[in-house]
Design a protein around this ligand. Sequence first.
Ligand SMILES: *Cc1c(COP(=O)(O)O)cnc(C)c1O
Length: 443
Amino acid sequence: MSDLENQPDWLNFEREHVWHPYASMKNPMPVYPVKSASGVTLTFEDGREVIDGMASWWCAIHGYNVPELNSAVESQLSKMAHVMFGGLTHEPAAGLAEKLLSIAPAGMEHVFFSDSGSVSVEVAIKMALQYWQAQGKNERRRLLTIRSGYHGDTFGAMSVCDPDAGMHHLFTGMLAQQLFADAPTLASDDAWNESQAVSQMASIKSRIKTHHHELAAVILEPIVQGAGGMRFYAPEFLRQVRALCDEYELLLILDEIATGFGRTGTMFACEHAGIEPDIMCVGKALTGGYMTLAATLCSSKVSDGIHADFEDNKRSGVLMHGPTFMANPLACSVAIASIDLLLSSPWQQRVRSIEQQLEKELAPCREMAGVTDVRVKGAIGVVEMKEPVDVAAVQSQLVEQGVWLRPFGKLIYTMPPYVITAQQLSRVTSAMCEVVTSSSSHT
Ligand SMILES: *Cc1c(COP(=O)(O)O)cnc(C)c1O
């Protein structure tokens, strides 16, 4: 960091005692202390300001210090911060469930609130497993997914992350053995000819044909695979997976944790394919980045199935999950305000303009030697390099240019708050082009 004298005195203690995501305690990467955040700007403790091109990992779609969201938290806070959800309920939970179901794909009827995306995935998996148990089909307990996926860091979620890029090798023997099909190729449009359709579907089709009797569900990130590689694929793939699930009676779990709430240009990414899941996970932007909250939505078929009382199965038909902070009222209140704010804003237009601007302003990166691909989908702009990027070096270069991004692997990417102005976004894209240029010249 450039100006050590201006750093707060707690930073040394923090560095020695506090873990960061995917980080070493012995040899930690630099972290930048943030004092405050407002609009799309983060202000560091030393006074430097950066434009946030990450929306705090997809969450802060309205930016920071948003009056409507602040007042939702404040007004709920004066009533109650939290009460247990076992045996008690409250209006924020009911209101948020109603709001979510009103914008969710048709067929979603029931909501389970939890505290993070990973947990909502665990709950989705549990729903699918309990569904088949209640049908007396205990053998249906594996999941099928596609490679390059990311569904979270808890054990059930890890078992369906990409088997090579994910954490499988660290936890060999401890993760459920799921099935993996090839991911569809990168695509920006929806047109498949006959032979593409056959080749794209071959892997998943053959796994379903061979293993459907032991499968509970297919789990996927719709249209955009996020942390597993920032890959965009054709909606037709999703339509055909839905059809296969129907044909072989598999439940379809869609993980909309990254894509939900407008990021890809539609409220939920599955709308690009015009299909509906049986179970759906939302999180991240659910509270506009204010509080930790996630939800697992499901159809009546799934909830009825879980509650079915079959002769050979005398289970009581309850869904076996119940987080301490389930449906936290502060989080539910701010989620309601965030969805209201989204719906009352011209979000489609904003996402479309961000998309057009990203396409135009990241295009020059395509020509650079170190770059393999540049791709844009909705308010997501990705530059894929040939070599892994030096995160600390690239990050410090970006910060010097007043921009906050967090590259991973070979990817330098942005998914800004929707309220970013054209000028602010240009600063993000020009900083990206600049670091791509200098990274390219080093290789
Ligand atoms: C971030 C993410 C998760 C995990 O959410 P957490 O809140 O970090 O537990 C799961 N699935 C997808 C697609 C995600 O992007």
